[in-house]
Design a protein around this ligand. Sequence first.
Ligand code: TYM
Length: 332
Amino acid sequence: RPRVLSGIQPTADSFHMGNYLGAVRQWVALQETHDAFYCVVDLHAITAGHDPAQLRARSRVSAAQLLALGLDPERCTLFVQSQVPEHPMLSWVLSCITGFGEASRMVQFKDKSAKQGADRSSVGLFTYPILQAADILLYQADAVPVGEDQRQHLELTRDLAGRFNTQFGRTFTLPAPFIVRDTAKITDLQEPTAKMSKSSSSPAGIIELLDDPAKSAKKIRSAVTDTGREIVYDPANKPGVSNLLTIYSVLADRPIDELVVAFEGKGYGDLKKELAEVVAEFVKPIQERTKAYLDDPAQLDKLLAMGADKARAVASATLTQVYDRVGFFPSR
Ligand code: TYM
């Protein structure tokens, strides 16, 4: 079976629709056909300041949501990144074959450090994509299911893998991005050309999976739509309406064409009202299952520890090879 790996940051109290539609939905499908590794990347979550107790709680909430959304520990390996020490160990080696200029060109780093002020940004924020490359390469992943915003990080990962292989001998599989076009960039309800994002300036723009459906309905009602009144799918000219149609289509499992026909002669208000109902239907069982996992944290932690053991078996085999190839002293 080909292998996939992906990760998600525990930096919010809930995942949002972008996380689900852009990434986690594919994770669930790929566990049927691939040898799948998924991690909650808590090491990545400390690059811009955090609260310790909140981080630990959010890692659990993240894992609980992933299980509630359909990851099955019998079909995939689900773990928390910090429980597999090989990740930062490989990251160090990769950082030594990454160019300073190359890392400086990462758009997410540039955006985030510009927001925080260069002097206040951590070195961890700068090396973040190298740790991400380590996450992927340790598992020899063939493909990495993510949203569009991760494409540049995956290009860096491929470059580093190729460079290491050339310098030290063939060690890493070159991973391909697995990006589903239609849902690769779910946009902000208030700003329909920007991606829906945890760090977005206004919470009104994001639909959170664990939010009260009444609250999500309100956000959807006040979503920015486009001029005109026709409900058509046209991302370039009608980004707001198209985004709502995309979310509706995937959650209700109805093709966009069919929705467009069904909404002929109706208005934006009708679309928003129905979408709010579809979202409510979708999140209800997710919220119940998430809560059930969180009600038994000991069981959840045990499940994650088992995942970490499985992950570590694979990661340590790769790391041993890497250490040998770069000429580190024989391990004891
Ligand atoms: P993170 O935690 O920001 O997001 C998790 C996943 O959700 C996708 N995503 C979106 N997709 C479509 N539309 C959106 N509006 C949207 N917002 C987020 C992201 O593309 C991502 O797939 N650097 C990664 C975490 C990471 C990782 C890895 C991913 C660490 N190590 C190894 C893959 C492989 C990140 O910050 O994702």
